[in-house]
Design a protein around this ligand. Structure first.
Ligand code: FES
Length: 163
């Protein structure tokens, strides 16, 4: 936690505490925490001498900013028109079932996965499309989705293993 806070201070320094750089600062801070914690937003507002309401306004205006913690793996299932007609909804349902998620509960309790539905990702030729963090997975179906989740669980276990 402390280490992350140090990184926030470094980000502010690197940007010369310039209030005009609020958006890039928030982007860099979100990379550190994977979301924008309330306390950190208040700290940024004080450090940049910007009213908290303005900082919150920017953070809530742009959809790529998250004010709630997200899982390590953010699964974005595209539900734009092309993906929808090629059965994106069964993929969403498969994720709900496998991870015990629902329309209202989008992040697993162990903070490993967050499910989001998004509109067109601009890769309609590959529909239905799922993006996990930065990785694009094309021509998805519920079976492939289940296998992908298993692989991600293994990947996480491997990363956390002590050798
Ligand atoms: S509708 Fe899914 S990528 Fe375009």
């Amino acid at each position: 936690m402390a280490r992350k806070f140090e990184q926030v201070c470094e980000i502010l320094e690197r940007n010369n505490y310039d209030s005009n750089k609020l958006i890039p600062i928030l982007q860099q801070v979100q990379e550190v925490y994977r979301y924008l914690p309330e306390k950190i937003l208040t700290f940024i507002s004080t450090s940049l001498r910007i009213p908290p309401a303005k900082v919150y306004g920017v953070a809530t205006f742009y959809s790529h900013f998250a004010l709630e913690p997200k899982g390590k793996y953010v699964i974005k299932v595209c539900d734009g028109t092309a993906c929808h007609v090629k059965n994106s909804i069964p993929i969403v349902e498969a994720v709900f079932k496998k991870l015990g998620l629902s329309e209202t509960k989008r992040t697993t309790d162990n903070m490993l996965f967050t499910l989001e539905t998004v509109s067109c990702l601009g890769a309609c030729g590959l529909a239905p499309v799922v993006v996990v963090n930065e990785d694009v997975h094309s021509l998805m179906n519920p079976d492939k989705m289940n296998k992908l989740i298993d692989e991600l669980v293994k990947e996480d276990q491997y990363e956390n293993a002590t050798f």
